[in-house]
Ligand binder design. Structure first.
Ligand code: SAM
Length: 214
């Protein structure tokens, strides 16, 4: 946890800087926070995502942490196939435990957003909450996220205002990705337990009938 990470210490969503941030005891503390005091945030995000996901759709949660958003989604939409990925094996283990009751339609595995272990056009919707600000290369991530989304699919990212939304946007523009509906950045009230302003960012992949890059 070098001095360069000091700006990250403002809120408990980022318990410390450095690579061990979401490993070991920190992942267990995070799990307790996510399951109890922060639960309402996931309920609200799940409500929004549930309203967007198509019937029997496949949904990916990037940087799922302990998977509480997927638990909330599974409760609302039994028709969805849910997948979570996270860089931290400890977080994935917690997510698998939290998803045990819905394991027939929800799973979690270790993966980096910049290198997703899924075939092209695997998902109808990709969601991510409070993870973007940890991604090392948002530009590389945007290409992967576009690759795994089906035509017309949406990417919905919730994070602090300071997260690198601009780099995502620029990465998409440079590669002519997410050329569907214009992207939207709107304020998101995460609640009293998550200090600081948050944003809901939506990008849409080119539809089956709109011109797509080749
Ligand atoms: C603050 S937690 C958010 C967890 C959960 N989405 C939530 O809203 O509570 C950030 C998570 O992103 C994960 N993460 C960071 N960089 C990642 C990357 N490049 N690819 C996948 N996951 C990543 C971390 O391991 C951590 O579990």
């Amino acid at each position: 946890m070098g001095a360069g990470h000091d700006h990250h210490h403002h809120h408990f969503l980022h318990l410390s800087g450095g690579s061990g941030t979401f490993e070991g005891w920190r992942s267990r503390v995070y799990n307790v926070l996510a399951r109890w005091p922060m639960r309402g945030v996931y309920r609200r995000i799940a409500q929004e995502v549930a309203a967007m996901a198509p019937k029997r759709g496949a949904v990916l949660d990037v940087g799922t942490g302990p998977g509480v958003l997927l638990v909330e989604l599974a409760q609302r939409r039994a028709d969805l196939t849910l997948t979570g990925v996270d860089l931290s094996a400890d977080m994935v283990a917690l997510a698998q435990r939290n998803l045990a009751k819905v394991a027939d339609r929800a799973s979690a595995r270790v993966a980096d957003v910049a290198s997703l272990p899924f075939a092209d056009e695997s998902f109808d919707l990709v969601v991510s909450s409070f993870s973007l600000h940890h991604w090392e290369e948002p530009e590389a991530a945007v290409a992967e996220l576009a690759r795994v989304l089906r035509p017309g699919g949406a990417l919905v990212i919730y994070d602090f205002t300071r997260a690198p939304f601009d780099r995502l946007e620029q990465g998409a523009r440079e590669r002519s990705l997410f050329t569907g509906a214009p992207s939207q950045r709107t304020p998101f009230r995460a609640g009293l337990l998550i200090p600081g302003a948050s944003v809901r960012y939506v990008m849409t992949a080119a539809g089956a009938d709109s011109p797509r890059p080749r």
